[in-house]
Design a protein around this ligand. Structure first.
Ligand code: ARG
Length: 469
């Protein structure tokens, strides 16, 4: 092999020997970068068009290359296009295959004016553009299911918690939509990312720019980019866009892990708020009675992996000198893994949420437990002119009295109330129900039924806007 380009690689002539087996094994990336074939073929087509435009390829040669690329594309789609063991990466493999089809002169001519460094930077952006759309649709689907379920439950109430302690009653629909809004923000994060991602690094060459006079603008436009990177060093060697994408993926994972945690806890026997559908739960190999929330647990577990993909890449990028370094090959596996993981988790979560049964009677029964109406009693004293600080103390004493006597707030008699404080008139009883409690939270964003209905309309409008966009 000495003295010529290694088969399936794009270099070799200045080397006395071919690569060692250990070197080739470490260097090889076809087992993961093969999914970039469609982008490589599209860019090679745009590149050939530009070579033709600038007089480097005759019309006949351009047509021959176009036909070969078309055939490769079809073979890739059918699964019959595969790399050889000797291929170093997707670029080397495709050049080798193209040379086999159209001959060394023509196949080899296509390398003029480009480098794997600007190619890979471009393909990763194209891959992220497509995957972002797939994630976006899957995310919107989960948010739509949450909206749908929030519409079905009407004005049903449930216990709300802070610090995992019973706090105040809230509407079940309010709770469900609290899990939808973060996903809506994730979609808008994706949209912001797509704007920054819409810059082509193609034409940056190895680092300094292409040297044969091809137009980066023409190729960038053919690949659907809005503009071209203003700096070839930056274009070929920055991966902050990949890190940003991985952050969004990690944030989606974290958001889903919070949904998952609620599902796991609230479907447990102790709570019984939720019953999982058989199609979206699993059994135990040993305990015949078990029905486990494995989907939610896997969703929660994947969040760790998604965070790891982000932090791993950031560690790789830290202090890398300009311009391209081979370390950058390490961007792809975490990127692909995050996309694959989310495209498994999101549809499973949609299905789980679509089919889970809400045990609204159990939730309603628990909605005022744990003195969850104490704040409403204090608020009602404020309405009667008592300063909140004093109202807080009076109700604190009332709760302490109830605890000592083993009773709940509505069970305290009028005489006992007035003995505790002259502010505790019998009329405070009017606020001692979950319905009265939620109705008082009538400001924007509150859990009052009218506000939750408004929120459903706003969420629906937002989901429609994002689905159209
Ligand atoms: N496979 C490399 C990557 O993923 C691209 C090839 C660039 N290699 C090189 N030796 N310059 O980043």
């Amino acid at each position: 092999m000495a003295g010529e380009t290694n088969a399936g690689a794009l270099w070799g002539a200045r080397f006395a020997h071919g690569p060692s087996e250990a070197m080739a094994a470490l260097s090889r990336s076809t087992h993961f970068d093969w999914r970039l074939v469609p982008y490589d073929l599209a860019a090679t087509r745009a590149h050939a068009a530009e070579l033709h435009d600038k007089g480097f390829l005759s019309p006949d040669d351009f047509a021959t290359v176009g036909g070969a690329l078309e055939a490769l594309s079809e073979e890739y789609e059918s699964g019959s296009l595969v790399p050889a063991d000797s291929d170093e990466d997707v670029h080397g493999a495709l050049e080798r295959i193209l040379i086999e089809r159209v001959g060394p002169a023509l196949g080899g001519a296509l390398r003029a004016g480009r480098s794997r460094n600007d190619q890979i930077a471009t393909f990763v952006r194209l891959y992220m553009r497509d995957s972002a759309q797939a994630l976006r649709s899957a995310l919107l689907e989960v948010a739509q299911v949450l909206h749908q379920r929030a519409s079905e439950v009407g004005d049903a109430v449930m216990p709300g918690r802070t610090h995992y302690q019973l706090a105040q009653p809230v509407l079940v629909g309010h709770y469900l939509m609290a899990h939808a809004w973060p996903l809506v923000r994730d979609v808008s994060r994706i949209d912001d990312f797509l704007v920054r991602n819409d810059v082509s690094p193609y034409g940056g060459g190895a680092l300094a720019g292409g040297g044969v006079g091809l137009s980066p603008e023409a190729i960038g436009a053919a690949l659907g980019f809005a503009s071209v990177s203003p700096n070839s060093l930056d274009g070929t060697s920055s991966r902050d866009g990949v890190a940003e994408f991985l952050f969004i993926a990690a944030q989606i994972g974290v958001d889903l892990s919070r949904v998952a945690e609620d599902i796991i806890v609230l479907s447990s026997g102790e709570f019984g708020y939720l019953t999982l559908d058989d199609a979206f739960s699993t059994g135990s190999s040993m305990m015949p009675q078990k029905k486990n929330p494995d989907i939610a647990e896997l969703a929660r577990g994947k969040a760790g992996r998604l965070i790891g993909n982000l932090t791993g890449l950031l560690a790789t990028l830290k202090a890398l000198p300009l311009a391209y370094n081979r370390d950058l090959q390490e961007d792809k596996e975490p990127l692909f893994d995050s996309v694959d993981s989310l495209l498994l988790v999101l549809p499973a979560m949609s299905g789980l949420l679509e089919t889970v049964t809400f045990n609204l009677d159990v939730m309603a029964a628990g909605s005022t437990a744990g003195f969850a109406l104490a704040t409403d009693v204090a608020d009602s004293l404020v309405a009667n002119g008592v300063p909140f600080r004093e109202a807080h103390e009076v109700v604190g004493q009332l709760v302490s009295w109830c605890e000592q006597h083993g009773v709940d707030l509505p069970q305290v008699s009028d005489a006992e109330l007035s003995a505790l404080s002259p502010h505790l008139a019998p009329s405070v009883r009017e606020v001692m129900s979950a319905d009265a409690s939620v109705a008082r939270k009538s400001g924007r964003g509150g859990t009052a039924p009218a506000r939750v209905a408004q929120q459903r309309d706003e969420l629906k409008a937002e989901l429609q806007r994002l689905s159209a966009g």
